[in-house]
Unconditional design. Structure first.
Length: 101
C-alpha cells in the first residue's frame, strides 16, 4: 500500500459531522511527520465525493484557504452542510467537532 493509499484509508473513516487535522491523519496513517504529505495527497484526491478530504483541517481548526475542489469557501460550505459550526474567527472548535478516533 502506498503512502497516499494509507492516508486515503484513514480519511475514509472520518465520520460525517466531524473533522480531523492533517497531523492526526498523518499519525493514524503511520508517520506523524507526514502532515504535509497528507495535504499533498488530499490535493490530488482521486475520488472526490468518496474520499471526504473536506473533513481535514489544520491543527488550529481552519479550513484550507485554496480548497482544491471548488476553491475558497467550498470546504466550509460542505462542512456546514454536515452540521459543523464555525466560530467567529472562522475556525472549528476541535474539542466539539474533532474526530476522536
Amino acid at each position: 500500500m502506498t503512502t497516499f493509499e494509507k492516508i486515503y484509508e484513514v480519511v475514509l473513516k472520518i465520520p460525517r459531522g466531524r473533522v480531523a487535522t492533517y497531523g492526526q491523519v498523518a499519525r493514524m496513517a503511520g508517520n506523524p511527520r507526514w502532515a504535509r504529505v497528507v495535504g499533498y495527497a488530499l490535493h490530488v484526491n482521486p475520488a472526490f465525493g468518496l474520499i471526504p478530504c473536506h473533513r481535514v483541517v489544520n491543527r488550529e481548526g481552519y479550513v484550507a484557504p485554496g480548497f482544491a475542489f471548488g476553491g475558497e469557501g467550498v470546504q466550509r460550505a460542505m462542512l456546514e452542510d454536515e452540521g459543523i459550526e464555525f466560530q467567529a474567527d472562522g475556525s472549528i472548535n476541535l474539542d466539539k467537532f474533532g474526530w476522536k478516533a
